[in-house]
Write a protein that binds this ligand. Structure first.
Ligand SMILES: Nc1ncnc2c1ncn2[C@@H]1O[C@H](COP(=O)(O)OP(=O)(O)OP(=O)(O)O)[C@@H](O)[C@H]1O
Length: 296
């Protein structure tokens, strides 16, 4: 098939309605504490990355599933407001929307619980329904919040029409050889790199570089992010570089990884070389962590 020339990022993945709670600390087992405030936010790694790609100026399409509930309606409205094509996000009858609760402590760090809900209904039928979008896709973005078999079906369909496949392997889980064989680039943070590489990864630029180098034993190319320390890249053709984090006044790091991944895919879809795409993503993610949640 002829490779697509349309700069279209298609995200096949999760949509969660997030409830973010500000608390003095994260509760320990058995502890109930009083928080200061809470805010709702539309998220899910898939939804966040689609919004990020649209913000970076390319056409972004989302394939996903929400519940037939108020959270689902809010998730669809959020995609509309961001200019994401969500014709292939369907409502799953009788299943609740995906949702999460994240508790932020005074330092801005957080812990979260996710309920996948409607996201687990995604499957080959969703890929078949979106075949026109799939055929025009330059870059397909996947994450680990939907069934692996569905990710494989999406990757296979986009690959056969000439698009590139980028997996943000988050949260960490075992990947099948079938999925790995379809990937062009894997993007992970230090924790996920540790899981995939099977060795401890130090959350420094040097640690990220070593992890990226190790990951190319199994993946054609790997990007390892290390928060404010920076990001490292390595591929099987000998390409390797590391980029320091951009010093900013951090307001919240929530969603930094998704902003990085969406901006990276957008730059790649526009035809920028990988190194330039990583630079653009590093800048976009630094801007995000310096921006208050309500202004994003
Ligand atoms: N403190 C920071 N200062 C500047 N840039 C940052 C900072 N934290 C994160 N970033 C940017 O965001 C990217 C992703 O951050 P990180 O490695 O923490 O991903 P993550 O753990 O997936 O994030 P998340 O908190 O969304 O789960 C980094 O590579 C960097 O570009």
């Amino acid at each position: 098939m002829t490779p697509s020339t349309t700069p279209l990022v298609t995200v096949f993945g999760s949509l969660h309605y997030d409830i973010m709670v500000d608390a003095p600390d994260r509760p320990r087992k058995g502890e109930t504490m009083t928080g200061h405030a809470w805010q709702p936010k539309c998220g899910g790694k898939g939804g966040n990355q689609a919004v990020s790609a649209a913000r970076a100026g390319v056409c972004a399409a989302m394939i996903g599933a929400v519940g037939d509930d108020d959270f689902g309606k809010a998730l669809l409205t959020n995609l509309d407001c961001a200019g994401v094509d969500r014709r292939f996000v369907r409502a799953a009858p009788g299943v609740g929307s995906g949702m999460s609760v994240a508790i932020f402590d005074a330092s801005g760090d957080y812990g979260a619980v996710i309920v996948s809900g409607s996201n687990l209904t995604l499957g080959e039928q969703d890929i078949a329904a979106a075949r026109t979008t799939i055929a025009e896709t330059s870059v397909l973005l996947l994450q680990n919040e939907v069934p692996e078999a569905a990710n494989v079906a999406a990757a296979r369909a986009v690959k056969s029409s000439g698009g590139r496949i980028v997996l943000n392997a988050a949260p960490a889980r075992e990947l099948s050889g079938e999925l790995i064989a379809l990937l062009d680039i894997v993007i992970v943070n230090a924790i996920e790199a540790e899981f995939l590489a099977g060795v401890p990864v130090v959350d420094t630029l040097d640690g990220a570089a070593q992890a990226a180098h190790r990951l190319v034993d199994a993946y054609p190319a790997a990007i390892v992010t290390a928060g404010g320390e920076g990001v490292a890249y390595c591929d099987r053709t000998g390409g390797a570089y590391a980029l320091a984090g951009i010093p900013v006044k951090v307001v919240s790091t929530h969603g930094a990884g998704d902003e990085f991944v969406g901006a990276f895919a957008a730059a790649l879809a526009r035809g920028e070389p990988v190194q330039a795409a990583i630079t653009a993503a590093n800048e976009a993610a630094a801007r995000l962590v310096a921006t208050p949640e309500g202004e994003r």
